[in-house]
Design a protein around this ligand. Structure first.
Ligand SMILES: O=c1ccn([C@@H]2O[C@H](COP(=O)(O)O)[C@@H](O)[C@H]2O)c(=O)[nH]1
Length: 275
């Protein structure tokens, strides 16, 4: 999917919501455990109930890898279901990969070709030659960790190296990489006060913003400086939406939570982008 197609979907749905499909068998309704593939059945019900409210889904691969081959099969069925039924929706494999060049190419093939995701999250620590193999895939997006939502972000990312915070170096340096227009960045919603500085470096890049909901981040605070002229934000909520209820009506309850966020986004879009 191209960035322009993503922006069109945002404008159409009045939503820049990304729903995280982080499926934990301990947390899903018990009756699903009798199904042959409880993870896929859970995801399918959530997708069917929420696809009109969001523009992206983000399965975090850890929640699938934890269940071995069965979990990977559930991930494959989920991405195939999305691509077959909702090709307009942007898909993110939250896998946080990155390695020496030839290995990164194999990671990119796994997520862009075998599983056909639109994007994958990548750690920048190994530098340019570990990220550019992902950027070589046309119309695919590489979402690089910049300033993460967790407390540990302050261990390295905000530390100054040669007088510049490391996350700023990541943003500045990566702007010059081959196919940098296919880069997006992860910035945590819990780091709202950093968005003003971040937008000075990358005014128009898309930011994937986890941390709203269960981690306490605030949508309005993120949008104050995070919005760009193309909206430029994908706000993720996982637990806050998909585990709204443990009863049989879990998908309906998830849709209600998603709609709460979508309505707030509609209001923000109407007040920031009115003609
Ligand atoms: O900085 C980061 C990067 C990734 N994540 C991931 O996003 C979701 C958040 O889930 P919630 O349940 O909405 O808290 C999860 O997959 C994280 O691994 C992040 O939280 N922060």
């Amino acid at each position: 999917m191209t960035t322009q197609e993503l922006v069109s979907q945002i404008n159409l749905k009045k939503s820049f919501l990304c729903i995280g499909l982080d499926v934990d068998l301990q947390k899903i309704p018990k009756h699903l455990l009798q199904e042959e593939d409880p993870i896929f059945e859970f995801n399918k019900a959530i997708i069917d109930a929420t696809h009109h409210l969001c523009v992206a889904y983000k399965p975090n691969t850890a929640f699938y890898e934890a269940y071995g081959i069965k979990g990977w099969k559930s991930l494959e069925k989920t991405i195939n279901y999305l691509n077959e039924n909702h090709p307009e929706i942007f898909t993110i494999a939250d896998a946080k990969r990155g390695d020496i060049g030839n290995t990164s190419t194999m990671y990119a093939k796994a997520f862009f070709e075998d599983l056909a995701f639109d994007s994958v999250t990548v750690a920048p620590y190994m530098g340019k030659d570990s990220v550019e193999p992902f950027l070589a895939f046309k119309d695919k997006h590489t979402i690089m960790l910049a300033l993460t939502s967790n407390e540990g972000a302050f261990d390295f990312q905000t530390k100054k190296v040669e007088n510049l915070e490391l996350y700023k170096t990541v943003l500045e340096t990566s702007k010059a990489w081959q196919n940098a227009n296919q880069l997006m960045y992860v910035v945590g919603a819990t780091k709202a006060k950093y968005f003003e500085d971040i937008r000075k470096i990358i005014p128009n890049s898309f930011l994937l913003v986890p941390g709203v909901g269960a981690q306490g981040g605030n949508l309005q605070e993120v949008c104050k400086y995070g919005l760009s002229k193309n909206v430029g934000l994908l706000i993720n909520s996982s637990r806050g939406i998909i585990y709204a209820s443990k009863d049989k009506n879990y998908a309906k309850k998830a849709a209600e939570k998603a709609e709460e966020l979508q309505k707030q986004m509609e209001e923000i879009l109407n007040s920031n982008f009115s003609v």
